[in-house]
Ligand binder design. Structure first.
Ligand code: 5GP
Ligand code: ZN
Length: 113
C-alpha cells in the first residue's frame, strides 16, 4: 500500500468505489472518465508503480486472466474488447499504480493517438 495512491485507497476500501470484480489479488471498477461504453480498470491490490515495477511475470498473466473473466461478466467477451496498459510519461500514464484499461461495447479505432 502506498499512502498517497488513489488506487491503493480504492482497493482497500478507504475511497468508496463500486467494485465490479474483486478477488484476493485483483480489483476492478469503472473508469471515472469512460472512453467507451465499457471502460473498466483492473488493478492488482499490491502497489506496483507501473508495468516496469513488476518482477514476477505470473502477476501479469493473472491480471490478464482477471480481465478475461471481467469481460465475460460484462457481456463483451463475444464482441471483443481492448486492453491498454499505459506506462510512464510518454505512455500517457497518469495514475502511478499499475492498471489495465478494459475497453469495449463499441468498435475500437486503431491506431491510438
Ligand atoms: P492512465 O492515464 O494512468 O493510464 O489511466 C488512469 C485512469 O484512471 C484514467 O482513465 C482516469 O480517468 C482514471 N481515474 C483517475 N482517478 C480515478 C478515480 O479516482 N476513480 C476512478 N474510477 N478512475 C480514476
Ligand atoms: Zn497504489
Amino acid at each position: 500500500m502506498s499512502d498517497d495512491c488513489v488506487f491503493c485507497k480504492i482497493a482497500s476500501g478507504d475511497i468508496p468505489a463500486a467494485l465490479i470484480y474483486q478477488d484476493e489479488r485483483f480489483v476492478a471498477f469503472h473508469d471515472l472518465s469512460p472512453q467507451a461504453p465499457v471502460h473498466v480498470l483492473v488493478i492488482p491490490r499490491t502497489h506496483y508503480t507501473s508495468l516496469m515495477d513488476v518482477k514476477d511475470a505470473a502477476v501479469l498473466g493473472d491480471l490478464l486472466e482477471a480481465a478475461k473473466t471481467i469481460s465475460s461478466q460484462l457481456g463483451i467477451a463475444g464482441t471483443g474488447w481492448r486492453t491498454v496498459i499505459n506506462t510512464g510519461q510518454d505512455g500517457g500514464q497518469t495514475v502511478m499504480h499499475l492498471h489495465v484499461h478494459l475497453l469495449g461495447g463499441r468498435f475500437m479505432q486503431w491506431p491510438p493517438g
